[in-house]
Design a protein around this ligand. Structure first.
Ligand SMILES: Nc1ncnc2c1ncn2[C@@H]1O[C@H](COP(=O)(O)OP(=O)(O)OP(=O)(O)O)[C@@H](O)[C@H]1O
Length: 255
């Protein structure tokens, strides 16, 4: 059974039907990337997986438990197992890096204070930023802010990590760095990963599977090579963008 099962999920805002029957499985341990045109509902789907937006119809099952209509306080328990990195890193600028990374652990009273310090330092090391606890977010580069956002998410030891455009606005070196980090976290912490990205080179390079969100439905969900071989018109722009970027070696994951 898949870790997350989405069946027949529909969501409209007024007359605007954004999701028209989403069926999607997320398997434990995989890195699944949702691709699609602008405003097709990719970020919305991540929010729905976190229980942040209620659906109009359909079901979501997490680790065998249907969570579609959970009460807010029960969602909190489920959300503890799901980390998210938002498009903007969403750090609190008035807090130090330490307090930012410790935020969720303290808020949910998950660990005593000495263990929090240990967990924060481990999490910063895992994103290759050891020892920056006392820095202010304002003094960090864009790439570092993203990695601190990630450290905050992994400090909670989630089973699943959702990334909303993790490489957006980064230069090629930092794109490669973040991509490597996403893979390393999946492999070392065994985190099931769902990513939304506009960066097709990243999507086609690091994903185990890609899911195309097209006209309100997941029309294709398969490994990158399988999608590439399909030669479907709806997939062509994404495949072309990936091949173009990879040909130009703008964002290479090669060691
Ligand atoms: N809370 C909301 N209220 C009204 N409309 C919304 C809301 N959330 C999302 N939408 C609409 O749903 C559509 C999909 O939005 P979403 O942000 O998920 O798109 P996306 O595929 O992630 O887009 P992009 O690739 O451009 O970032 C958009 O038309 C958006 O305006």
């Amino acid at each position: 059974m898949a870790l997350i099962e989405i069946r027949g999920v529909r969501k409209a805002f007024g007359e605007h039907e954004v999701l028209r029957g989403i069926d999607l499985d997320v398997n434990a341990g995989e890195l699944l990337t949702i691709i699609g045109g602008s405003a097709t509902g990719k970020s919305l789907l991540l929010k729905i997986m976190m229980g942040l937006v209620p659906v109009d119809a359909g079901t979501i099952t997490f680790d065998g438990r249907e969570v579609t209509h959970l009460h807010e306080r029960d969602w909190i328990e489920v959300r503890r197992r799901i980390g998210i990195q938002f498009q903007a890193s969403a750090l609190f600028d008035s807090l130090t890096v330490f307090d930012n990374v410790a935020y969720g652990l303290r808020e949910q009273r998950l660990l005593p204070e000495p263990e929090i310090a240990q967990r924060v330092s481990e999490s910063l090391a895992q994103v290759s930023l050891p020892g920056i606890e006392q820095m202010a977010p304002g003094d960090l580069s864009g790439g570092m802010r993203k990695r601190v956002g990630l450290a905050r998410a992994i400090a909670m030891r989630p089973d699943v990590l959702l990334y909303d455009d993790p490489t957006e606005g980064l230069d090629p070196i930092n794109v490669t760095r973040v991509n490597r980090l996403i893979l390393a976290l999946r492999d070392t912490l065994k985190i099931t990963t769902v990513m939304v990205t506009h960066n097709m080179a990243s999507a086609f390079t690091i994903s185990d599977r890609l899911a195309l969100l097209h006209e309100g439905r997941i029309t294709d969900a398969a490994p990158p090579d399988v999608l590439r071989a399909k030669h479907e018109e709806r997939l062509a722009p994404f495949v072309r963008a990936a091949e173009h970027a990879m040909r130009n070696r703008r964002e290479s994951m090669a060691p």
